[in-house]
Design a binder for this molecule. Sequence first.
Ligand SMILES: Cc1cc2nc3c(=O)[nH]c(=O)nc-3n(C[C@H](O)[C@H](O)[C@H](O)COP(=O)(O)OP(=O)(O)OC[C@H]3O[C@@H](n4cnc5c(N)ncnc54)[C@H](O)[C@@H]3O)c2cc1C
Length: 288
Amino acid sequence: MYDLIVAGKGPAGISAAIYGVRAGLKVLVIGMEESALLRAHTIENYYGFPEGISGKDLFLAGIRQAQRLGVEIKSEEVVGLGFTDALTVTTNEASYRAYSVVLAMGAMRKTPALAGIQELEGKGVSYCAVCDGFFYRQKAVGVLGNGEYALHEAQELLPLASSVTIFTNGRPMAVPVAEGILVEERPLASVQGTDAVEAVELADGTQVPLAGLFVAEGVAGVVDLAKKIGAETAGAQLVVDEQMQTNVPGLFACGDCVPGLYQVAKAVSDGAIAGMEAAKWARSQKEA
Ligand SMILES: Cc1cc2nc3c(=O)[nH]c(=O)nc-3n(C[C@H](O)[C@H](O)[C@H](O)COP(=O)(O)OP(=O)(O)OC[C@H]3O[C@@H](n4cnc5c(N)ncnc54)[C@H](O)[C@@H]3O)c2cc1C
């Protein structure tokens, strides 16, 4: 039995684990070898790194820091979440019980199987509007997706870009779209360009000129898990209060899987709050 289990070992989960272990808890982190950080070539806007730091180095440094402080870390895939006499996290390998659980599973971005998209990553194909939107001031941009996350990215880009089009790639738009954002629902054929994105080609041959394409395909993994235990969700994210607590007692969430900025600074802050509040909850349960 653990005091705290954290699902996810990106900056939010590791931060929650660090605050939990420093509060005296027995903490287990379960996470796969993935993180939005591993896609970030250089992080230049996080406190304390005057020359910037690669996303991979920051990811690995966080894990080492948590391990040095006594956090146990397992590389497993979380597949279930439940409650019997305690919260139970099920992975592809085993089930683990805890007084409190923090979900910090991010909003893993899928790379769609669209011709040209991988080749143009970092050359106009981006996965982060708040990180890269600045480069597209007064230029036409597109967002690939059809849900809350796509809308969020489009809204980030709207004040900067000359036009913002959400490309749903043959699917209906799943959420109402804010004024000023265009929606193109026809299927896509490819992203065009050699050294930089120049256009998106639709399946019917229409070319839509663009300077940038932001991929925002939502991942429902964390939401599916939360739904298994009755945690309230909103779109692709979990609903939490100011203490990062969901509506399920003892279940907290933080980082990219809850509303707010998709940024390391915010993930770390969320994680600190979730870790401290989870520690309070676990102590109250042990004393009861
Ligand atoms: C290309 C790119 C560039 C970026 N640039 C910047 C930048 O310059 N500055 C900045 O501040 N931010 C940047 N970001 C955003 C930043 O990386 C994220 O906001 C941050 O990593 C979110 O942290 P997180 O812990 O919530 O999620 P993540 O870092 O995504 O971690 C999620 C964790 O959950 C795990 N997980 C998910 N599902 C499961 C499962 N079923 N079982 C087990 N584990 C699971 C993953 O393996 C991972 O360990 C960038 C992101 C991208 C994609």
